[in-house]
Each structure stands twice: as structure tokens, then as C-alpha cells.
Design a protein around this ligand. Structure first.
Ligand code: IPE
Ligand code: MG
Ligand code: MG
Length: 271
């Protein structure tokens, strides 16, 4: 959707835009199939994940297969700029996931590293999606940069909200397990903030609980009682505002309105 709307914003969506959106969709799904292995997650979009149905072996291979489909679609465009955008994006996606895994082992993440991590693992994809739209729609350099930055900020807002929903939501509504992040020792912004604001003693106790996967319900309570969720919502809103400001270079149009609406949705969504 982002790729199409971005293309429409600068010109028109054509066959190349369709292929561009296909590439990111394949790439996105490849990373999600692999992500559910990494996160040991049984539900995706309200249904059993591939790894749950077929096991890790098949899920690894199937994720690779989707990635190969993405590469093949990329070749169809015969455009080195497209390769530039997508190879950087793939590299960042993998780098972000690796950083997250490293931090889950050491439990020493802070806000700065968290923001770097989500910018790689999530914002990179939305940025590439928007930039590809700008490219295939025939946008100039200024427009393409604006779209790329729009996507980056949209992605930051999206992931922060996603991490809030892991504390706030319900599985039946968000379509994936709630509290899964803690189970996987993933320390996200609501918890980072809560830890930062708490006394040394309780911080140590919370870290110990996460380390030993004990009393995680109390950890969730600890976050809910702190200002971590409110703080994170504000952060997400800031990124959303920046994203919308990046669209200032474009004249008003129904496509611009839709991108703005999408940005507002990303930070207000309940699922
Ligand atoms: C998934 O990140 C995004 C990818 C880069 C694959 P998360 O692990 O935080 O997202 P969900 O909660 O499983 O969707
Ligand atoms: Mg993950
Ligand atoms: Mg996950």
C-alpha cells in the first residue's frame, strides 16, 4: 500500500510499481516467517504461524523461498537503483534482528540502542517501500528522499506502537501472542523507560525475573504501572508527526491524505 500510494504521489503507479510492491511484500513475509522461528511465536495474523504448522526446518526453507521470490522479482525490474535500495534494506533487516538477539542475551539494552535496532529491523522496510514507490512513480531526487524519510519515520512509529501492544493488547485482537516479547527476553521501549525510572533495587529484581523467565506477569504489571506506555505512545506520536511533515513537499491530494491517514492509524491502532 505504501509503495502504491508513494508512486501515486509523485506520478503514477505502473507495472514497475506493482513489481516493486511485490518485491517488498515477498521480502516482508520472508522476514516474518523467519521472525516467528527466532521469536518462537505460534500465532501470526490470528492464525498458526508457519513454524507452528510445519516446524522450524520447513519454516527456514520457506522463508528462504520467499526471499528468493523477492530477488527474482527484483531482477524483473532490471534496475540497479532498485537493487541499491533493497540490498541495503535486507542488510538492515538482518542486522536489526541480530542486534536484538544479542541484546536479549545480555539484557543491557537502552533507549538509544533500541531505537537503532527498530530502525534497522522495521523502519528499513517501510522506508524502502516508500522509496520504491517514489522511484517507480518517476519522482525526482527531492521527492524520493522525502518518501524515504517518511517511510523511515512511519516504521519507527509502527514498531514502537507494536511493542506497546505487546503489553497492552490481547491475543484475540492483535492476532499474535501478547507478552511474547518478555518471554523472549526482548526489552522494548515501555520496559526500558520503566526500568530507567525505577530504583536500583527493583530494577535488578525485574532484570532477574526476565533472565530466569519467572514472574513475568509481575514484570508486565511493573510496566503497566509505570509511565512506560504513555512515554512510548508519545515517542510513537513524535515519529508519526515527523513522518507527516516529510510529506510537506507534496501538494495536497487524495494520495497524500491517505498516507497521512495511514500514519495516524499506525500510532492509534489497537491491533
Ligand atoms: C518483526 O519484529 C519484524 C521483522 C523485522 C521481521 P517483531 O518480532 O518485533 O514483530 P512481531 O511482534 O513478531 O510481529
Ligand atoms: Mg522478532
Ligand atoms: Mg516476532
Amino acid at each position: 500500500m505504501v509503495t502504491f500510494l508513494a508512486a501515486k504521489l509523485v506520478g503514477d503507479a505502473d507495472e514497475r510499481t506493482i513489481t516493486g510492491s511485490l518485491i517488498v511484500e515477498y521480502l516482508h513475509n520472508a522476514t516474518l516467517v523467519h521472525d516467528d522461528i527466532v521469536d518462537d511465536s505460534d500465532i501470526r495474523r490470528g492464525l498458526p504461524s508457519i513454524k507452528k504448522i510445519k516446524g522450524n526446518k520447513v519454516a527456514v526453507l520457506y522463508g528462504d523461498y520467499l526471499l528468493a521470490n523477492s530477488l527474482q522479482a527484483m531482477l524483473d525490474l532490471r534496475d540497479l537503483e532498485v537493487f541499491d535500495i533493497l540490498s541495503l534494506c535486507s542488510r538492515r533487516l538482518a542486522k536489526g534482528e541480530l542486534l536484538q538477539a544479542a541484546k536479549a542475551r545480555k539484557l543491557d539494552i537502552d533507549e538509544e540502542v533500541y531505537l537503532q535496532m527498530i530502525s534497522d529491523k522495521t523502519a528499513a522496510l517501510m522506508s524502502a517501500s516508500a522509496e520504491l514507490g517514489g522511484l517507480t512513480g518517476g519522482g525526482n531526487d527531492e521527492q524520493r528522499t522525502a518518501l524515504k524519510d517518511f517511510g523511515e519515520n512511519l516504521g519507527m512509529a509502527f514498531q514502537i506502537r507494536d511493542d506497546i501492544l505487546d503489553y497492552e493488547g490481547r491475543t484475540g485482537i492483535i492476532g499474535k501472542p501478547v507478552g511474547g516479547d518478555l518471554k523472549e527476553k526482548k526489552i522494548t521501549l515501555p520496559l526500558i523507560r520503566a526500568l530507567e525510572k525505577s530504583a536500583h533495587g527493583s530494577r535488578n529484581m525485574i532484570i532477574k525475573r526476565i533472565k530466569h523467565r519467572e514472574g513475568l506477569k509481575q514484570v508486565v504489571e511493573f510496566v503497566r504501572k509505570s509511565d512506560g506506555i504513555e512515554y512510548s505512545n508519545n515517542k510513537a506520536t513524535q515519529y508519526a508527526e515527523t513522518a507527516k511533515r516529510k510529506l510537506d513537499v507534496f501538494e495536497e491530494s487524495e494520495f497524500k491524505s491517505m498516507l497521512i491517514e495511514l500514519t495516524d492509524y499506525v500510532v492509534s491502532r489497537k491491533k
